[in-house]
Design a protein around this ligand. Structure first.
Ligand code: NAI
Ligand code: CS2
Length: 484
């Protein structure tokens, strides 16, 4: 039996359930990219609004690619369980905010109609870093991408997130529908600006007036999003079924911590976000830099070094004293590049991050974080390196994390286990890592792919680290780095 409206009354009494009348909920939010993170983060905030009696904030979820999440949620009437684990117990909440899931390739017109609906006031996105289709070095749309080229030529049946947004906004413009706020919730620096640039470039290719109307009417606030939400596994689903007494194929698991900082620049209606724990601010960048460089920077270092050493999970890596000491050293370096907001105590933040990484109940896979490194490295590791070097400071620990990413592209752990590189430019990464004859050539080829131009001293450091990784593995490389 599956979780659904019909089976809600069979759930254990301590499972929190929607307290509002779902049949009266309007669809104020369209979400593009309905993966695990949205269901555990933004949807939990809109759920609070609904529970508080503001029924404008139901969600139309959109999958831009596969039907998987729709097929999980549709038999469950859109209901799913948010499982919050702190290592000592778990808290279960059935979320009712998702009203419908559209699969864009099956029915693009339905997605455009949802974006154009007068009921829609907010669009949120979690389409992963690569979904923005921007060339990060130039800031321009990836004209060589077949889907971008398609949407630049015609928006009759869009394929990309910027294409769908422009098609939906064109329909709003034509119908005189109200303003819209579009919130990127991906781990990208200046995510609102990046998305705005992509949307305006796509719009300009079709209609200069539309582009100008979007620029004047639609807002793209910056956001910082934080909650560790590992991919759900079949074992998670089986364990939850034992507790619930029904199966939930759409469950998501998360840590207790959650944070959403949004630039206070909404174009139209919004729920009382501050009442539901969201921080509204004029300046998101200082929050974003701290999160991307400390949390995500350490995550990537843990993923590559820990993954090479054969550790499956983040908590296993930070249980190793040397790895933990290395993360602290990395943070010592990155922290000097930050200009933290007054409300953020970096010492406390670091301690809290380490405790979050150590949460054994999350089972957060190093391989999940290692994915899409080409999209993640710039903001997590390369930006703090550039800032350190510009200030005349060494960046040895950050350089080891970058070298570990380079070693990862060999597709082999230190014990010789082969794995597949998952990255939008995996072909080029693999050619660079495996086609070069020397360590030095590998560093140069992989740096080139990332538009990373280390000065001679830093380049030497990265080469030395990669040589150690290739010769004696990640555990030794960490030991060497801590000695120096
Ligand atoms: P997921 O794998 O569960 O979902 C990813 C979603 O992105 C899916 O809907 C997928 O169809 C879509 N997608 C993937 N590639 C795409 C592309 N090229 N174009 C358009 N859509 C594409 O992943 P999850 O956990 O939901 O994370 C998604 C993003 O959310 C991350 O990449 C990150 O930027 C952000 N995030 C995730 C956190 C986490 O702990 N899981 C925490 C903070 C932010
Ligand atoms: C992780 C993030 O997968 C990754 O790259 O570093 O998704 C991380 O879990 C979140 O940013 C936490 O908020």
């Amino acid at each position: 039996m599956r979780l659904s409206t019909a089976t809600l009354d069979q759930l254990p009494a301590d499972v929190v359930q929607p307290s509002y009348d779902r049949s009266r909920v309007k669809r104020g939010v369209v979400h593009l990219g309905i993966g695990a993170f949205h269901r555990a983060h933004q949807a939990a905030v809109f759920e609070q609004a609904l529970a508080a009696g503001d029924l404008r904030w139901g969600i139309t979820g959109v999958s831009l690619r596969s039907a998987g999440v729709r097929d999980q949620l549709a038999p469950q009437d859109g209901l799913y369980t948010l499982v919050v684990r702190d290592g000592e117990g778990e808290r279960l909440q059935v979320i009712g905010a998702v009203m419908d899931v559209l699969v864009a390739p099956e029915d693009p017109a339905a997605v455009v109609a949802a974006l154009a609906s007068a009921e829609t006031h907010i669009v949120t996105l979690t389409i992963t870093e690569k979904g923005y289709k921007l060339d990060r070095a130039t800031g321009k749309l990836q004209a060589g991408d077949a889907d971008v080229a398609h949407d630049l030529a015609s928006l009759d049946a869009p394929r990309t997130a910027p294409g769908f947004l422009v098609a939906g906004l064109a329909a709003r413009h034509a119908a005189g529908t109200g303003p819209l706020t579009i919130l990127s919730c991906d781990n990208l620096p200046h995510n609102g600006t990046l998305l705005r640039d992509a949307v305006l470039a796509m719009a300009a290719a079709h209609d200069a007036n539309l582009r100008d109307w979007i620029a004047a009417t639609v807002t793209f606030p910056q956001t910082m999003v934080d909650r560790i939400v590992p991919a759900t596994t079949p074992a998670d689903i089986a364990a939850l079924a034992d507790t619930l007494g029904v199966e939930d194929h759409a469950m998501v698991k998360a840590e207790p911590f959650t944070q959403w900082v949004i630039e206070d620049r909404f174009a139209g209606e919004r729920p009382d976000l501050a009442a539901f724990g969201v921080q509204l601010t004029d300046a998101v960048a200082p929050w974003e830099d701290a999160k991307l460089r400390l949390l995500n920077g350490a995550h990537s270092a843990i993923a590559y070094l820990g993954g090479l050493a054969g550790f499956d999970f983040v908590h296993e890596v930070v249980a190793q004293p040397q790895a933990r000491a290395f993360v602290e050293t990395l943070w010592d370096e990155s922290a000097t590049t930050l200009d933290p907001p007054a409300a953020l105590d970096i010492t406390q933040y670091r301690a809290a991050l380490m405790a979050r990484f150590a949460n054994p109940a999350l089972q957060h896979r190093t391989r999940q974080i290692a994915m899409d490194g080409s999209q993640k490295l710039p903001q997590r590791l390369l930006a703090p390196i550039a800032d350190r070097r510009a200030a005349g400071l060494p960046a040895d620990a950050l350089a080891l994390a970058v070298a570990a990413w380079m070693r990862w592209q060999s597709g082999m752990t230190d014990s010789g286990e082969a794995f597949t590189i998952e990255d939008p430019i995996s072909d080029r990464l693999c050619n660079a890592a495996r086609g070069a004859d020397t360590t030095q050539d590998r560093v140069d080829a992989l740096s080139g792919l990332m538009s990373f131009r280390p000065d001679p001293s830093l380049r030497g450091t990265v080469i030395a680290h990669l040589a150690t990784l290739e010769r004696s593995g990640a555990v030794s490389a960490i030991g060497e780095a801590l000695k120096s």
